[in-house]
Design a protein around this ligand. Structure first.
Ligand code: PLP
Length: 436
């Protein structure tokens, strides 16, 4: 006999007292995934949509490196199917130190490396392990997901509203008034959602402010202030923009820095779940225990394959060059299209593409009444108008904690083809032409 479990749930649900803890009511899902579901629904109705929403890659357009796939298969064939050590397999931990020595000139001890299933577990573990209940965590807005990690860790978020003039990066002057009461400052560069990088000068000033604050605390034997540096897009920089790390700029920052990284974005491998962080070993130790309890480690075969490619980048062949070229083609194409529209007097502008897979675009339409008589009052109205009238799906900055009504949106190019670039620009131009 087969038991109909759905019927059991249905009979129980309406009359039962709540099961989940009341505090869980405050936990928020991802806005972006909700938008993605709306896009899927439209597509299922047969409506063409240029999908520039999620920060993911279409594997048909952006496959993972062939050598990575081959090495994963080989590792599985070789029997690497049991639990990995909770801290990461030794080959990968060593390979991560090789990567940073070779590419960044940073010589980390293996002891500082912790592997996780993507960048998320190390990010969450860092916040959870450093932050006591009610501790302040400073992060810029717009920014990706930090509010959720702070909530989960029972910390108190201090969002700093940034501006396009500083590339949506916080300045040291903005952070300074909050440092004496903070436990963590989060910086993400190249940044999701803006596609911008923190400059050497600003990062240096932020580090100086953190070092000064920690000198004060050390004298008082107080717990230090940490910089959580999310660098998952560091290999995806374009043009003149250069990636900087806190420890390169100020080596004394090492005891106060947790730097997070992953293969998710730089090898288009979001579904493989290999990420890591480097942290002072006494912090890494606690983070490792947390990741171990959650079982949020990366698959053993994927770790072994990643190690091989990090140790010997020649295995990647021309992958990185081609991958970056393709991303850049899309970002530059949309940027050029937006700039051409602006020259023609249409109310749209953007920041130059600098890194990651995102372009910051602004539609100066909030508060405007369109030809069909509707008035766009919020960023959500703008998003829906772009989706339904232009067939272009984007995520507004308000979904990343930015104040509503700015008209700034994120366009992500990981799921579009080369041909989609011109089509997206034409769709935007046509919709704006019809509306104004
Ligand atoms: C800035 C940033 N950090 C971390 C992550 C998470 O990466 P992973 O998929 O490796 O968990 C993302 C994913 O979108 C991101 O944009």
């Amino acid at each position: 006999m087969t038991i109909d479990v759905s019927a059991q749930y249905a009979a129980f649900k309406d009359t039962a007292p709540r099961a989940t803890a009341p505090a869980m009511d405050e936990m928020q899902g991802s806005d972006i995934l909700a938008i993605a579901a709306e896009v899927r629904a439209l597509r299922e109705q047969g409506r063409p949509v240029h999908n520039l929403t999620i920060g993911d890659f279409d594997p048909a357009v952006f496959p993972i490196p062939t050598a990575l796939s081959q090495r994963i298969h080989k590792a599985l064939d070789d029997g690497h199917t049991n639990y990995p050590p909770a801290v990461g397999v030794p080959e990968l931990r060593k390979a991560i130190t090789t990567l940073y020595r070779r590419e960044l000139g940073l010589d980390f001890p293996v002891d500082s490396v912790l592997v996780g299933s993507g960048a998320r577990p190390p990010l969450y573990a860092a916040v959870k392990c450093l932050c006591a209940d009610g501790d302040n965590v400073i992060y810029p807005v717009p920014s990706w997901n930090m509010n959720h990690y702070v909530w989960l860790a029972r910390g108190h978020g201090v969002p700093i509203v940034t501006s396009p003039e500083t590339g949506f990066m916080p300045t040291a002057a903005q952070l300074l008034p909050h440092l004496s009461t903070a436990r963590i400052v989060l910086i993400n560069s190249p940044q999701n959602p803006s596609g911008t990088l923190i400059t050497q000068d600003v990062l240096g000033e932020v580090c100086d402010a953190i070092l000064a604050e920690n000198a004060r605390r050390r004298a008082l034997h107080e717990r230090p202030l940490f910089l959580l540096y999310d660098a998952v897009y560091w290999q995806l920089t374009f043009g003149e923009s250069k990636h900087h790390t806190p420890i390169n700029l100020r080596p004394e920052m090492a005891p106060y820095t947790v730097m997070v990284d992953a293969i998710s974005k730089c090898w288009s491998a979001t579904g493989l779940r290999v990420g890591w962080c480097v942290a002072p070993p006494w912090v890494r130790d606690k983070m490792q225990q947390l990741i171990g309890h959650m079982g949020a480690w990366a698959g053993r075969a994927e770790q072994i394959a990643t190690a091989a490619l990090l140790e010997d980048p020649s295995l990647l062949g021309t992958y990185m060059v081609d991958f970056k070229q393709e991303i850049r083609f899309r970002l530059d194409g949309i940027q050029a299209g937006v700039e051409a529209m602006a020259r023609d007097g249409l109310p749209v502008s953007c920041l130059p593409a600098a890194g990651a897979i995102y372009l910051s675009v602004r539609f100066d339409l909030i508060g405007r009444t369109l030809a069909n008589g509707t008035t766009l009052r919020t960023d959500s109205d703008l998003r829906k108008w772009l989706l339904h009238e232009a067939g272009v799906a984007i995520v507004p900055f308000s979904s990343f904690g930015y104040p509503d009504g700015s008209g700034w949106v994120r366009m992500s190019v990981g799921s579009i083809t080369r041909d989609d670039v011109a089509k997206t620009v034409t769709a935007l131009r046509d919709a704006l032409g019809r509306a104004l």
